[in-house]
Design a binder for this molecule. Structure first.
Ligand code: SF4
Ligand code: SF4
Ligand code: SF4
Length: 352
């Protein structure tokens, strides 16, 4: 008989962000650490489309108040999502981004060890093969040349200024790496949750509501600390992540590739003027992708590694670096919203 955790793993693997099986079964160990058998069974009743407890109860032939109680407690534990104006609809959550991040206050060394064993396998089996990644890279505003017209959804400040609700949450990647002794000293409170996701984070006690002004201050602190700006991959992002190459589950795995620029969703790269470059090395030090090296007193950019974050431009005191927009034919089209992003991911994985 198939065990409930194997069934839940298959269910999660049918969601856009995937949850592939492994030879070691590490994914099942993770589920057992997070879900009771009853919760694992219940989670399989949900899809990515939010539904009320009443609708789910009717579908399952169960009592509405029992379903409400169970799904509310599961959503508080970060095992499923909760949405709607009154936060009274329930939906399945991807494992990443989703269940893992919702458990930022529920980490222990065994869970961290298992997730760190699993993530590179998700990369290899699924994410690296997809065109639509869950996060995209946007350049730091200060690195954008005045003559370049970028869309408002490609600039963090413009995205923030459009929001009526912002919650800041702890970066789980740096937190978990710190807990197992591999972290860095960059800021922890850096994940800016936007819109509907912000309500969920606030009500689940995993984020702190902030004003636009504070969000802009946090953004500047992140940029000062040399973090890469990665909003979720839609024109209406639900999060702006600020990531380092050492801890971030996305950048760390991109860094393992020979040509990360081919996988990252970005429309920019950087070039260096040999005439203006003094070979000071500031750009090499700040780049999170190992994309710049100083050779013979001049910086050289590997276009196969450059993800167009613009950090090096902000650190060059000699105006030797320039952010460049990709040719129209090479540009990545950013999904209009999260539904389109998830549909693209599902299509690329052959699910629809
Ligand atoms: S993706 Fe980036 S900001 Fe988000 S949790 Fe990981 S390192 Fe932190
Ligand atoms: S920071 Fe500027 S001047 Fe210094 S090595 Fe890099 S490109 Fe050259
Ligand atoms: S060279 Fe490095 S720091 Fe500069 S834009 Fe490319 S990835 Fe970012």
């Amino acid at each position: 008989m198939t065990d409930v955790y194997e069934m839940l793993a298959k269910h999660l693997d049918k969601l856009p962000a995937s949850f592939p099986a492994t030879d070691s079964g590490v994914e099942l160990r993770i589920l057992k650490r997070l879900f009771t058998p009853k919760e694992a069974d219940a989670a399989m009743a949900l899809t990515m489309f939010p539904e009320s407890a009443d609708t789910i109860a009717k579908k399952l032939g169960k009592n509405e108040s029992d379903i409400e109680k169970l799904f509310y407690s599961m959503s508080k534990k970060g095992l499923i999502g909760r949405s709607g104006k009154e936060q009274n609809k329930y939906m399945a959550a991807n494992f990443i981004t989703g269940i893992w991040e919702y458990n930022v206050n529920n980490l222990d060394e065994k869970l961290i060890r298992d997730v760190n064993e699993y993530i590179p396998q998700i990369w290899e089996k699924s994410w690296v093969k997809q065109k639509t990644q869950q996060l995209r890279v946007i350049p730091i505003s200060k690195s954008i040349p005045v003559e370049m017209n970028v869309m408002p959804y490609e600039e963090a400040e413009s995205i923030i200024k459009k929001q009526s609700k912002i919650v800041v949450a702890t970066c789980i990647c740096r937190k978990e790496q710190n807990m197992v002794g591999h972290g860095c000293d960059r800021p922890l409170e850096t994940c800016l949750m936007l819109g509907a996701g912000a309500f969920f984070y606030e009500q689940n006690g995993i984020g702190r509501p902030i004003s636009q002004e504070e969000a802009l201050e946090i953004l500047n602190t992140g940029i000062e600390a040399g973090l890469v700006l990665q909003p979720s991959n839609s024109q209406k992002p639900f999060v702006i992540c600020m990531c380092c190459g050492c801890c971030c589950l996305v950048l760390k795995n991109l860094n393992r590739l020979d040509e990360p620029a081919k996988v990252a969703c970005t429309n920019y790269y950087v070039i260096v003027s040999e005439d203006d470059c003094t070979g000071c090395g500031n750009c090499e030090d700040i780049c999170q992708m190992g994309a710049i090296t100083v050779e013979d007193e001049s910086a050289v950019v590997s276009l196969a590694r450059c993800i167009g974050c613009g950090l090096c431009v902000t650190r060059c005191e000699f105006n030797a670096t320039t952010l460049v927009e990709k040719e129209e034919s090479e540009k990545y089209t950013i999904p209009a919203n999260t539904i389109e992003e998830f549909m693209n991911m599902a299509r690329e994985r052959g699910l629809i």
